[in-house]
Design a protein around this ligand. Structure first.
Ligand code: SAH
Ligand code: SF4
Ligand code: F3S
Length: 437
């Protein structure tokens, strides 16, 4: 067989980045070569995201742009993977002439066949969602590095009213705990220093066979690879248990960092979002986390301008943020998604008002982060060195246990992957600066 070069470009959340490693593994096992730029590719895939309208717009622009490669190489196959493939299905083939393959998140085993057919001129589509597919038997093709993503579950059953994920990724299902632990051990043996356990809602991880819940899994992983750092994403506030909080606190190698998306500070809006918790419950969980995990760092997701959100309710979100004092936040303007429940609600917060609320939220978060980081001055952090600082070659960049970016001058002996102690001397809202001790 002639050598076929495949290039994959990944968009969206870490689940997609993790899936790209799975697709790559499937392809390499079938004799394809993965390359890391589109220039000499025979096949170009975009692994796509549908979460907000602008995520999809970006893909359409990229597809337009890819026409130049198609002009140079008439045989080039362009494919769409991921959430947009699942959401738009045949529409992508009908509306975009350049697209030759459409494959949804549960159909990656079929990608080699789809390529073969497409290389012979027939466009193909596979978008069936599965109740069982976890790709558990496929070892992800990882590039060398120190941090690895390990997907522990797929899909989501929560159906928050604004969200496309349950439609693009299907029902929730967990991988067997045993094979996750085995993968972690393998990663440690290959020199990885950090693992992030991934799922849309890791708290509902459940191994049917061994009856292990997420706390039990986290404990097993942390104890199997005691020299590695363990992180996890994302937790849902409705089921972050005491047991989980205590597991984080009692294991030194589980990072003191919890990402707990709140979305809104108003109970009425949370109810309309079907988030199934109240502000009171959320704040009680945050208090518990702060009490049990010393030095914990917190982050969240917030949506500005959900349908019918009043100015007062927006203010309640601002107040909640001030109360919790998040170290960081991902903040978004509500974007109506076809077929979701919220799509049928009137999108009645005017665009400029949504933007104004979003900017207010972003500005407040910047101030909070800045204040919290000023308090870090003088503190000593254990930092995992990830690479050269983006701004200066003479500096290293890494992250603290609490997930903060830490930059410090290089020293002769330190190398990527080392755990070093750094004293913080200076800070901004996004970065801590310090010196090795
Ligand atoms: N599973 C995670 C997050 C999934 S998507 C969770 O439940 O928290 C990441 C974030 O995107 C969400 O937390 C939400 O804040 C945001 N988001 C999802 N759908 C959106 C939409 N239609 N408009 C704006 N933001 C959205
Ligand atoms: Fe979307 Fe809600 Fe599921 Fe998160 S929990 S992926 S926001 S439906
Ligand atoms: Fe986007 Fe799909 Fe992730 S919609 S956020 S890539 S699960």
């Amino acid at each position: 067989m002639e050598n076929t070069n495949v290039y994959i470009e990944t968009y969206g959340c870490q689940m997609n980045f993790s899936d790209t490693e799975i697709v790559s593994s499937v392809l390499v096992n079938n004799g394809y070569s993965m390359i890391d730029n589109p220039e000499n590719a025979d096949v170009i895939f975009l692994n796509t995201c549908s979460i907000r309208d602008n995520a999809e717009k970006k893909i359409y622009e990229r597809l337009m742009h890819l026409k130049q490669y198609k002009k140079k190489n008439k045989k080039l196959v362009v494919g769409v993977l991921g959430c947009m493939a699942e959401r738009l299905r045949g529409r992508l083939l009908d509306e975009r002439e350049i697209v030759g393959i459409v494959a949804g998140p549960d159909e990656y085993r079929k990608v080699p066949d789809l390529i073969e057919t497409a290389l012979h001129g027939t466009r193909g589509i596979a978008v069936q969602l599965s109740r069982v597919e976890t790709y558990d038997d496929i070892p992800p093709l990882r590039t060398e590095g120190i941090a690895a993503w390990v997907s522990i579950m797929r899909g989501c059953d929560n159906f928050c009213t604004y969200c496309v994920v349950p439609y693009t990724r299907g029902r929730e299902r967990s991988r067997p705990a045993k094979s996750i632990v085995k993968e972690a051990i393998g990663l440690a043996e290959h020199g990885f220093k950090e693992i992030t356990l991934l799922g849309q809602n890791v708290n509902s991880f459940y191994d049917e066979e061994t009856k292990e819940n997420f706390s039990a899994l986290l404990k097993s992983v942390a104890e199997a690879v005691p020299e590695m750092r363990i992180r996890f994403m994302t937790s849902h506030p409705k089921d972050i248990s005491d047991e989980l909080i205590e597991t984080i606190a009692s294991h030194k190698n589980i990072c003191n960092f919890v990402h707990l998306p709140v979305q809104s500070g108003s109970n009425r809006v949370l109810d309309k979002m079907s988030r199934s918790y109240t502000v009171e419950h959320y704040l009680e969980r945050i208090a518990k986390i702060k009490e049990i995990i010393p030095g914990v760092s917190l982050s969240t997701d917030i949506i500005a301008g959900f349908p019918s959100e009043t100015l007062e309710e927006h203010q309640m979100t601002m107040e909640l943020m001030a109360k919790v004092q998040y170290d960081g936040a991902f903040m978004f303007k509500y974007s109506p998604r076809e077929n979701t429940k919220a799509f049928k609600m009137e999108d009645d917060v005017p665009e400029d008002e949504k933007l104004r609320r979003l900017n207010e939220i972003i500005q407040q978060q910047l101030n909070i982060s800045k204040e919290l980081n000023i308090k870090e001055i003088g503190n000593i952090h254990e930092v995992l060195v990830e690479g050269e600082s983006k701004k200066k070659k003479e500096e290293w960049q890494g992250r603290s246990d609490s997930n903060k970016v830490v930059v410090f001058p290089k020293a002769d002996t330190t190398k990527i992957g080392d755990l070093v102690k750094v004293r913080i001397t200076k800070s901004t809202s996004g970065t801590l600066y310090g010196e090795l001790i």
